[in-house]
Design a protein around this ligand. Structure first.
Ligand code: MN3
Length: 209
């Protein structure tokens, strides 16, 4: 992803109502146009004041954060993480009629988990286990497909850690439609996973592992 300052809020790769009835249009509007926009605005403001980092890509800001001055490390990781995690999440969804898992993806998952049901159940438990705000992720970690969680806008990227899928479990991702029922939201999210994107990310990750 070659994505630099000044960051712009690219449109969703589908219409706001395209994920209905699983994820509602109003949530998608607020999530993309307000929540993600705020992270983009905050990140641009930080980089405006620190022009020496304006050439860094979004990923570089996240995995080279230790090279940033101490006073910038936390704010950059929060804002750049918020941008990265949201884009990854939105790009990882697709209208339900296009959310087709294919046999090659299932076979790949079954190399690491007993079966697809066990995999989705574990991912759900991970999503439910996030205390407060954060994400559940499927990642390739040193060549192994794993499930993990992150808090707030922390991001699992690094030399040997490649994200494949994420589900945003901040309440703003589901509260309007599912109220406090995160498990129901997760079950609905399963219907709009962009498996083609997940497969592409997996193939990329294997190449870079
Ligand atoms: Mn969110």
């Amino acid at each position: 992803m070659n994505y630099h300052y000044p960051f712009v809020n690219k449109p969703l790769p589908y219409s706001y109502d395209a994920l209905e009835p699983y994820i509602d249009q109003k949530t998608m509007h607020l999530h993309h146009d307000r929540h993600l926009q705020t992270y983009i605005d905050n990140l641009n403001a930080l980089l405006k004041e620190n022009p020496q980092y304006q050439t860094w890509s979004l990923e570089e800001l996240l995995y080279r954060w230790q090279e940033l001055p101490p006073s910038l490390q936390v704010p950059i990781r929060r804002q750049a993480g918020g941008v990265y995690n949201h884009r990854f999440f939105f790009d990882g969804m697709t209208p339900p009629e296009k959310s087709l898992i294919n046999l090659s993806v299932v076979r790949e998952i079954e190399k690491y988990f007993p079966d697809f049901h066990d995999f989705s159940e574990r991912l759900k438990q991970a999503a439910l286990s996030v205390f407060g705000s954060g994400y559940a992720w499927v990642v390739l970690d040193h060549g192994n497909l794993k499930i993990m969680t992150t808090a707030n806008q922390d991001t699992p990227i690094g030399e040997n850690l490649h994200p494949i899928l994420n589900v945003d479990v901040w309440e703003h991702a589901y509260y309007l439609k599912h109220y406090n029922l995160r498990g129901d939201y997760f079950d609905d999210w399963l219907h709009v996973i962009n498996w083609d994107a997940a497969k592409q990310r997996f193939l990329e990750a294997v190449k870079n592992a």
